[in-house]
Design a protein around this ligand. Structure first.
Ligand code: FES
Length: 336
């Protein structure tokens, strides 16, 4: 008969067959460990292995992915706490265009919602289907207030996002549910943060960057921002904030090379990551391909990795303003 081990998580206990996957055993026994993809991709199931032996899913600093870890002794594990999701009514306070296909939407919830930078909410405007978006910090100064601010890509032929700024405007009612997701900033790690955001994946990444910078002015940070083209770089105000900080190394990456800005490299943020070390923590938000590549790089060195993968939808339209002069100045200083 197969050997069975005992797992303790806070005040709960459950059995696992030797070599069994930790998350599977927890769920089979009615213990609701945080999880999402169950495939080692998203980091949502990251927990601290306080005591015991597992194999697989190691992500550094004593943390493991419960969906990948196989159990080979009695264990004590500690989940990383996240606020409980709630549902409340709110009102849209502002819808403004950030780029040709990206809008900023500010929502005032009727009650304060406790959320962590990097998490996401489900928004339902009227009777339209709910959609998931990540709240973020102000682009101008990285501050947060009691509003929830989202950067939303308007998907051509979409059911919801093309209505933003038209049928959905200031004063529209919205139902907010959340927060969800586990790709959030942890306070138990003081090392370097490597942040990768492509497209509106910049929203959760900027929330994490702003909160981490508020917590520590000296913490090393690498911020890699990817966009389809110069016209899609709607977050230039935030990039200037990051560029000015002596402990932040900023890299902008474009999918398409720009003839007048040849120093901006092409590719995705994952193509331009620095050499990682096991003490780094890496956050990625954007296209699944970019996220997967970043995850592989983090895995090779055993760095902690959290991700929020976005499924790309629709295509960009030409933008009105490029801000070329400001971007050229941004790249005037070497090594940033
Ligand atoms: S649920 Fe384990 S990595 Fe996504």
């Amino acid at each position: 008969m197969a050997k069975t081990f005992n797992v303790t998580v806070q005040d709960q206990h459950f059995p696992v067959t030797a070599g069994g996957r930790l998350l599977d055993a927890a769920l089979q026994n009615g213990v609701d460990l945080p999880h999402d993809c169950r495939a080692g991709q998203c980091g949502a199931c990251t927990i601290e292995l306080t005591q015991g032996i597992t194999l697989g899913g190691e992500v550094g600093c004593g943390n493991i992915l419960a969906c990948q870890a196989r159990v080979f002794s009695n264990l004590v594990i500690t989940p990383h706490d996240a606020p409980d999701p709630m549902r409340c009514a709110g009102v849209v306070e502002e819808v403004s265009q950030l780029a040709a296909d990206v809008v900023k939407v500010s929502v005032k919830p009727r009650r304060p919602i406790d959320w962590l930078p990097g998490q996401y909410m489900k928004l339902q405007f009227g009777r339209l289907p709910a959609r998931s978006f990540s709240p973020t910090a102000k682009l101008s100064d990285g501050s947060f207030d009691d509003r929830l601010t989202f950067h939303i890509k308007q998907v051509r032929d979409g059911l919801v996002t093309p209505k933003l700024g038209h049928e959905i405007t200031a004063g529209s009612k919205v139902t907010i549910e959340g927060p969800f997701g586990h790709a959030f900033l942890r306070e138990d790690h003081a090392g370097r943060i490597v942040l990768l955001g492509s497209g509106t994946g910049f929203a959760p990444i900027w929330a994490i960057a702003a909160a981490a910078r508020k917590a520590s002015a000296t913490r090393p940070m690498v911020l890699i921002c990817g966009a389809r083209s110069i016209e899609s770089l709607y977050m230039q105000a935030a990039l200037h904030q990051a560029h000015k900080h002596p402990q932040t190394r900023l890299q902008i990456v474009l999918e398409k090379r720009h003839a007048k800005l040849p120093t901006i490299p092409c590719g995705t943020p994952a193509d331009h990551m620095p050499a990682l070390n096991p003490d780094d923590v890496v956050f990625a938000a954007g296209s699944p391909r970019m996220v997967e590549k970043a995850r592989e790089k983090a895995k090779i060195v055993g760095a902690r990795f959290y991700a929020d993968a976005f499924t790309p939808q629709g295509a960009s339209r030409p933008a009105a303003s490029t801000g070329l002069g400001r971007l050229a100045r941004l790249f005037a200083a070497p090594g940033r």
